[in-house]
Design a protein around this ligand. Structure first.
Ligand code: RIB
Ligand code: CA
Length: 337
């Protein structure tokens, strides 16, 4: 079986930007993947499409940011489709306090050299995910609000059982949220969409929650090791510097957690994670809207519906992230300006 066909639904966003690099260059021949080839499921990624959603910033901005990032890493071959500009039922909310007015504040990232495709994201996602060899089921990764995914499953329910996996960055399994007291931003943005997705009966829904992504911190050691030297690497460091300042101000973190690439890393090397199957329900109320209510001990008597990640091999994550940054660094047009 060749590379895993992967579609990324995202809201760039500083960490989504790094997830795009990991997905675009997570080839099977990079050392981290090669080294684990004998672990079976390390096929590497074929990034077949990117869709954008309102979340960290407006969908106009997240779309432009996705296009600029793909241009920056010389992957203008990957089509980008604009998705939902607001949650299903709730008012739009963005996160300029973390990602800035552009959604990728910090460095000057060169303008995109192309626009998004004209097809609406949900239609393009269905066309792509329903095409190809039925035996080679594609993977959908979502690192923003689940609005597009909920619309996709509602309009094209046949996609649900065509997916090998849906892997999301989102939620929290021990009760502490980030932008909500008990809710994580991606789920809190659109709880109704998350409810649709979590109730869809997916063969494999994998949740990479805050408790795991908060162990993947962009420390000064990481920045000095991987984000120095070329103009491309310096630009990434400027992104991380802005992200760090935001996390210090808003959450009192010394270093920012690199949430979204961890969901892509799961697709590449699931053996590097500890997981637990459990029932997860989404609170769509008011006070705790967007809370992922995780039944650790199975006391609800409900059938488990989610594979919740509880731990990641952080060192191997950084090795893999660094290898894909190095691949992108070789071809980034910004290095030859
Ligand atoms: O809560 C963190 C998540 O919300 C990340 O995906 C970040 O990019 C924002 O979308
Ligand atoms: Ca995101």
């Amino acid at each position: 079986m060749g590379k895993k066909r992967v579609w990324l639904d995202c809201d760039p966003g500083h960490d989504d930007a790094m997830a795009i690099i990991l997905a675009a260059y997570g080839n099977p021949d990079i050392p981290s993947i090669n080294r684990f080839r004998e672990y079976g499921d390390s096929r590497g990624i074929d990034l077949i499409g990117v869709s954008t959603v309102c979340g960290n910033q407006t969908v106009e901005k997240t779309t432009d940011n996705a296009l600029r990032m793909l241009n920056l890493i010389d992957r203008n071959d990957v089509p980008v489709y604009r998705g939902a500009d607001k949650p299903l039922t709730r008012p739009k909310r963005n996160c300029p306090e973390i990602h800035g007015e552009s959604g990728l504040d910090g460095p000057d990232i060169p303008a995109a050299t192309r626009g998004a495709q004209p097809t609406p994201a949900v239609v393009a996602m269905a066309e792509a995910l329903l095409s190809g060899d039925p035996a080679d089921k594609p993977t959908l990764v979502a690192t923003g609000a689940l609005t597009n995914v909920a619309l996709l499953f509602s309009v094209y329910p046949e996609v649900i059982h065509r997916l090998d996996e849906l892997v999301i960055m989102g939620g929290a399994y021990q009760g502490l949220g980030n932008t909500g007291p008990t809710s994580e931003f991606n789920i809190q943005c659109d709880p109704e969409a998350a409810h649709i997705v979590f109730e869809a009966g997916l063969k494999s829904l994998v949740m990479v929650p805050l408790e795991v992504t908060h162990t993947v911190l962009v420390t000064p050691e990481i920045r000095n090791k991987y984000f120095k030297g070329s103009r491309f690497r310096i630009l990434l460091d400027e992104l991380m510097h802005f992200f760090e300042e935001s996390y210090k101000k808003v959450f009192g973190f010394d270093h920012p957690p690199l949430h979204d690439p961890v969901a892509v890393f799961y697709v590449m090397l699931p053996a590097m994670f500890k997981t637990k199957r459990m029932r997860v329900d989404i609170d769509c109320g008011q006070l705790c809207a967007g809370t992922t209510v995780c039944d650790h001990y199975g006391m609800s008597g409900k059938e488990p519906n989610v594979t919740v990640c509880t731990k990641v091999d952080v060192d191997t994550f950084w090795k893999t992230m660094a290898e894909t940054v190095a691949e992108a660094d070789k071809v980034s047009p910004i290095n030859s300006k």
